[in-house]
Design a protein around this ligand. Structure first.
Ligand SMILES: NC(=[NH2+])NCCC[C@H](N)C(=O)O
Length: 414
């Protein structure tokens, strides 16, 4: 799989990702979802993301305060209300702090009640953000409409400030506006939730729309709704049960007729391409609900969704695609091109050249790179001046801007 360095309208260089591991299951009744983040990390997710060019911060899973069931009786129908509230409040702080530092928080659930915390944290830092909620379920029940009493079916209503106010949750500010929220993948929506969606004019692309328009058009329409100019920060909250159970079997509330493997990944890729992603949740991987192979498959899918949302592409950057056949004729011993760790590194241009290019030198993991106009390479290193052997090159792009590229070249094969 190829990748390109992350591009962002909101995150400073070096792009930093903070993994917030949340081994939490209190928003629902099935045991095991608290082990989701542990499996995702053990499967190598942090390393995979640093291979994509992120500076990855992860210093262990979040430790939660315990509240025993006896001191946390239901409030109305709501189960474990104090526990869920306190855990989400803590996560809101953690996510908010990462966002404030310009880092992208990747929250690994855990059940989806956690999004009450993650989205609250995002909105503290980015009040004009929008939310793309990918899920089989609406998770928008209120204290009045919930049947199960499981809070993982309710976080969105808290974020929108719907339903009766529960003092225990008074810390949740209604920072999310209905027009800044969009759903993709819905197919199991409770009667009360349907009413809420309608009454609040919330845009939802169910599997019916995915079937009708195709995923490409659906994502475009969804983004046109919440982020028409593609200038708002995006929080992507992805419940793996949005995927069909044949793709992600090991999850607490699977529903048939879901997104295919590619449809799920396409959503992530398309959101990454906007350059607007500021926070990501991967939720509801429960490694206790299927056989070993299916658990492995679900965990692997959780990892690959995260990678797709964070820059992994099927063929490399758009730039690399258009320049895939570029042949750089290199000349051994030529001082401005050196081979370093199997990478060809162009010697950085002089300060005056950089100034002319309006570019600066970026120091990254011992490599120096710079942004330069697309024709910089060909004008500075015309193929004719090099011999005697050819090296096929791909570009590691630090920007999706089609006229810019990064001065580091990676030879595929010499
Ligand atoms: N995050 C989830 N898996 N939510 C499932 C919710 C199912 C159901 N609508 C409920 O409120 O209980």
């Amino acid at each position: 799989m190829s990748s390109r360095s992350p591009v962002s309208h909101f995150l400073p260089e070096p792009k930093t990702l903070a993994i917030v591991g949340c081994p939490f299951s209190g928003g629902q009744a099935k045991l095991g979802v608290d082990r989701g983040p542990i499996h995702l990390v053990q499967a190598g997710l942090p390393e995979q993301l640093s291979e994509l060019g992120w500076k990855v911060l992860f210093d262990g899973h979040h430790q939660f305060e315990e509240i025993d069931a006896a001191s946390d009786p239901p409030i109305g129908k709501l189960k474990n209300p104090r526990l869920v509230s306190r855990v989400c409040e803590a996560i809101a702080k953690v996510v908010g702090e990462h966002a404030k530092k310009g880092q992208l928080p990747l929250t690994l659930g855990g059940d989806h009640s956690l999004a009450m915390g993650t989205i609250s944290g995002t909105f503290e830092q980015y009040p004009d953000a929008c939310v793309v909620w990918v899920d089989a379920h609406g998770d928008i029940n209120t204290a009045e409409t919930t049947d199960s009493g499981n809070i993982h079916g309710m976080p969105v209503s808290f974020l929108l400030g719907l339903g009766s106010k529960i003092p225990e949750f008074s810390w949740v500010k209604p920072l999310l506006k209905p027009e800044r929220l969009v759903y993709i993948g819905l197919r199991d929506v409770d009667a009360g939730e349907k009413k809420i969606l309608k009454e609040n004019g919330i845009r939802a692309f169910s599997m019916h729309e995915v079937d009708k328009y195709g995923i490409g058009r659906v994502v475009e329409m969804a983004l046109d709704h919440v982020n028409p100019k593609r200038d708002r920060p995006i929080h992507l909250s992805f419940d793996v049960d949005a995927l069909d159970p044949s793709v992600a079997p090991s999850t607490g509330t699977p529903v048939r007729g879901g997104l295919t493997f590619r449809e799920g990944h396409y959503i992530c890729e398309a959101i990454y391409e906007t350059g607007c992603l500021v926070a990501l949740d991967i939720m509801e991987v429960n490694p206790s609900l299927a056989d070993e192979a299916e658990v492995k498959q679900t965990v692997a899918v959780g990892c690959s969704l995260a990678r797709s949302a964070l820059g992994e592409t099927l063929l490399g950057s758009p730039f690399a695609q258009t320049r895939a056949s570029t042949t750089l004729l290199a000349y051994p011993g030529r001082s401005h091109i050196q081979e370093k760790d199997k990478k060809l590194v162009l010697a950085p241009p002089s300060h005056s050249t950089l100034e002319k290019l309006g570019s600066t030198l970026v120091q990254k993991e011992g490599q120096e790179s710079f942004l330069a106009p697309q024709n910089y390479l060909t004008s500075r290193y015309p193929a004719s001046s090099f011999s005697p052997f050819a090296i096929n090159t791909t570009f590691i792009s630090t920007t999706s801007h089609p006229t810019m590229f990064n001065g580091v070249l990676t030879p595929d094969i010499v």
